[in-house]
Write a protein that binds this ligand. Structure first.
Ligand SMILES: C[S@@+](CC[C@H](N)C(=O)[O-])C[C@H]1O[C@@H](n2cnc3c(N)ncnc32)[C@H](O)[C@@H]1O
Length: 233
């Protein structure tokens, strides 16, 4: 049976299938990939993420590991807590849900960060985390793989996610199209590709060893200090 906080309105259920997953089910499903949820840098993408029930649970688990390993050193805690956020991705078609998801993940992150880092906690890092969430939680259509407008209509912009890698105190960012990433690992099939897929092939190369397609970034940025990721905006 559904509880009250699993739906917002009958119209949203009818129009968008918006029924949120109950907490006990979220935890049980995350337990199926427990080791991955406890790896600070393992990447999770939730298409149709709603307000972030799964992403919140995953971030909670990752931050618990960061705390266990680094709580005695606020600088290490800060760096790895930022890394944990960089690994969480979501797509959601309703703009209000996407925004609620970002705010929820930030509130969780900031509560832990402030509690652990105390006086060393700073607004520069908080702003960097808000920026990362603005790039990682996108308002889009997970079926067409395009960004959507406020009426849930596809725009001309494909869904693009940054891949973040921590190099010491610097974050490296490479942007990838989601439709391109989903082709990676396939065997090349240029003869039968549609016009739409031709566009994709610009960002795919063939692995000389396996013969499989590999995603290429559409943009690479020079590494910057993790507190100033916005500089590459
Ligand atoms: C069943 S709810 C699940 C939400 C969340 N994953 C959870 O478990 O609580 C489905 C969500 O997908 C969104 N949605 C529906 N169609 C979508 C699409 N084509 N692309 C992205 N999101 C979509 C809805 O707005 C809704 O928030």
């Amino acid at each position: 049976m559904l509880s009250q906080n699993q739906t917002k309105s009958k119209k949203r259920v009818r129009d968008h299938g918006e029924v949120f997953t109950a907490e006990c089910e979220v935890k049980a499903m995350c337990d199926l990939v427990k080791d991955e949820t406890e790896r600070i840098d393992s990447r999770f993408l939730e298409p149709a993420c709603g307000t972030g029930n799964f992403l919140e649970e995953i971030l909670t688990r990752k931050l618990a590991v960061v705390k266990k390993l680094h709580k005695s050193n606020p600088y290490d805690y800060e760096r790895y807590a930022v890394l944990a956020v960089t690994s969480i991705y979501g797509v959601e078609i309703l703009a209000d849900n996407a925004q609620e998801c970002r705010e929820r993940l930030f509130a969780l992150w900031n509560k832990e960060y402030t509690a652990v880092c105390k006086k060393s906690a700073n607004d520069e890092t908080r702003e960097a985390v808000k920026y990362i969430l603005s790039k990682n939680i996108l308002c889009g259509n997970a079926l067409t793989l395009m960004c959507v407008d406020e009426n849930q209509k596809d725009t001309d912009t494909p869904i693009i996610f940054p891949e973040w890698s921590l190099l010491g105190t610097k974050l490296k960012r490479r942007d990838f199209r989601l439709d391109v990433m989903l082709k990676a690992g396939d065997k090349p099939n240029r003869g039968q590709s549609s016009m739409f897929e031709e566009d994709i092939y610009k960002y795919l190369s063939v692995n000389p060893v396996t013969g499989e397609l590999m995603a290429e970034p559409i943009c690479e940025y020079p590494p910057v200090h993790y507190r100033r990721v916005q500089e590459n905006g």
